[in-house]
Ligand binder design. Structure first.
Ligand code: ZN
Length: 169
């Protein structure tokens, strides 16, 4: 994966402020999580396959980080992988998803986190469909679906507006 070039103000190419939440903001965000969400987002857990609420979601819209609300994926890159977890072949903006080498459980995998708040999302594997051949395997509880035209969660109150289609994909 390429490392996105960020401007000094930390704004992503699609116009989102990538500045990490303050300690106080983070505390408030974490307090809003259910136990299962906290287990996955904060403690690198994995939900059971075929149980996630977004597995069969096919509506047009964006998938936002459950913790900080930043858009991470879009329905246009979602595909049925058969794995039991929501799968995408590209993020909505490369700058929004961070890849980290993960050597836990005796495997070498690439973990993906929200680039803004650092919450655990899932893993990315090199066996996805074209054009990227990548498979972002993401936990449903790490995401919140927002249909086009509906207000984004904007949990950090940065004036993020409504969910809209990107030019990409
Ligand atoms: Zn986030």
């Amino acid at each position: 994966m390429t490392t996105p070039q960020l401007s000094p103000t930390q704004v992503s190419p699609s116009g989102f402020d990538l500045t990490a939440p303050t300690a106080e903001e983070r505390k408030a965000l974490e307090a809003s999580l259910t136990r299962e969400e906290a287990d996955v987002l904060l403690h690198h857990g994995t939900e059971a396959p075929f149980c996630g609420g977004l597995l069969d979601q096919k509506d047009a819209g964006v998938y936002c980080c459950r913790l900080c609300g930043m858009p991470l994926f879009e329905h246009k890159t979602k595909f049925e992988s058969g794995t039991g977890w929501p799968s995408f072949w590209a993020p909505v903006d490369e700058a929004h998803v961070k890849a980290i080498r993960d050597v836990s459980y005796g495997m070498v995998r690439i973990e993906t986190t929200c680039a803004r708040c650092g919450s655990h999302q899932g893993h990315v594997f090199p066996d996805g469909p074209p054009p990227t051949r990548l498979r972002y395997c993401i936990n449903s509880v790490s995401l919140e679906f927002v249909p086009y035209g509906a207000p984004l969660p904007d949990r950090l109150r940065r004036g993020e507006g409504v969910a809209k289609a990107t030019a990409a994909a």
